[in-house]
Design a protein around this ligand. Structure first.
Ligand SMILES: Nc1nc2c(ncn2[C@@H]2O[C@H](COP(=O)(O)OP(=O)(O)OP(=O)(O)O)[C@@H](O)[C@H]2O)c(=O)[nH]1
Ligand SMILES: [Mg+2]
Ligand SMILES: [Zn+2]
Length: 327
């Protein structure tokens, strides 16, 4: 038997009671604009912009009708009862959002209002084409400009390893993606990187231990973000990043450090978005003999032909198939 539906008025009243309870907000109090820096469980740190609290960071609860807030979100807030506390009343429209499915398949936002996705790789831990391609598909689908950063260039002494990484970067350069060789340790490439980050909001993504937090520290010495120590071997004592956090660059840009991950799931995109996420596939889409071609070796498949003619790199095709097979 269906449960009795509550009327709109009843629902609204319950919501108001919940909000009043959760936030103890004051109808007469001033409201402020703010920027979400980081999320801690049920609370967020919000930097106030404008007014007498400009630049202050308030630890805020959010109104219960708001979706989960993330780094980069622009909000409207009120001061809370305690000093240093606040209440987020509203979320301003997001220009972009990076979502990520959790292990259980539930979609969770990672960060909002991002312009640039900095995909960080390093000689150690070894890069995986598939993870890079997953990030690129997300960037293409959700509208971020990707930039591939090879960090820890100071460690490149071995000729074979250098060649391998050059080949990797060349593949992405040929596809039209920006690549940059950097080292948070020696400072190589950081001036170039800084120039590309001014005015934009960029997020660092990549495997754990590639040096995302180290890059934030190098770009922004005051950030004092905790870095992990790979050399210790053990997980014990490692300062792996556990929550995304936003920092301001003196040049005006914003940087979001995010926790490293091994897998970046794409279960939230569809087959068409996946195909279009591989930029070099686009000219061939719709050109297969059969309109419902599944690009699995059917006769007259334009993607296959492009692969055979060397117009699509086999590493990318393999990567595509791997993602498609777990979609
Ligand atoms: N040699 C060298 N080591 C680096 C460089 N950048 C970072 N490291 C080291 O790599 C280790 C991991 O750096 P982190 O910045 O913690 O890596 P992360 O990507 O933030 O890792 P998670 O927070 O776990 O995702 C640390 O020991 C850093 O000192 C670099 O340019 N050169
Ligand atoms: Mg980190
Ligand atoms: Zn096809």
């Amino acid at each position: 038997m269906p449960r009795k539906q509550l009327s709109q008025r009843q629902l609204a009243r319950i919501q108001r009671q919940r909000d009043a309870h959760a936030t103890q907000e004051d109808a007469g109090a001033a409201t402020y604009r703010g920027l979400v820096l980081s999320r801690f469980g049920q609370q967020v740190d919000v930097e106030v912009s404008g007014g007498e609290l400009h630049g202050h960071i308030l630890r805020c609860f959010q109104r219960s009708n708001l979706e989960a807030l993330v780094s980069g979100d622009e909000v409207v807030l009120q001061r809370g009862m305690e000093p240093g506390a606040g209440v987020v009343l509203a979320l301003l429209p997001r220009r972009s959002l990076l979502p990520r499915p959790s292990k259980s398949g539930e979609l969770k936002p990672v960060a909002a209002n991002i312009d640039t996705m900095l995909i960080v790789i390093a000689p150690e831990p070894k890069p995986h084409y598939n993870l890079i391609d997953r990030y690129l598909v997300a960037a293409e689908t959700f509208g971020f400009r990707p930039l591939l950063l090879l960090n820890k260039c100071d460690l490149l002494h071995d000729a074979a390893q250098r060649e391998e990484l050059d080949a990797l970067l060349n593949l992405y350069t040929a596809l039209g993606y920006g690549t940059l060789r950097v080292s948070s340790k020696s400072g190589q490439g950081l001036t170039d990187l800084r120039a590309r980050l001014s005015q934009a909001t960029a997020i660092f993504v990549g495997q754990s231990g590639v040096g995302k937090s180290a890059l934030v520290n190098a770009l922004l010495p005051g950030a004092a973000t905790l870095e992990g120590a790979l050399s210790e071997g053990e997980d014990k004592g490692r300062h792996t990043t556990t929550a995304a956090r936003l920092f301001h660059l003196p040049e005006g840009g914003r940087l979001i450090d995010s926790p490293g991950i091994r897998e970046f799931g794409l279960s939230h995109i569809d087959a068409r978005q996946l195909l279009e996420g591989f930029v070099e596939f686009r000219p061939w889409l719709g050109a297969c003999r059969f309109r419902d071609c599944r690009h699995r070796g059917e006769a007259g498949c334009a993607l296959r032909e492009a692969l055979q003619q060397g117009k699509i790199d086999p590493r990318r095709m393999q990567s595509y198939e791997l993602i498609r097979n777990n979609l």
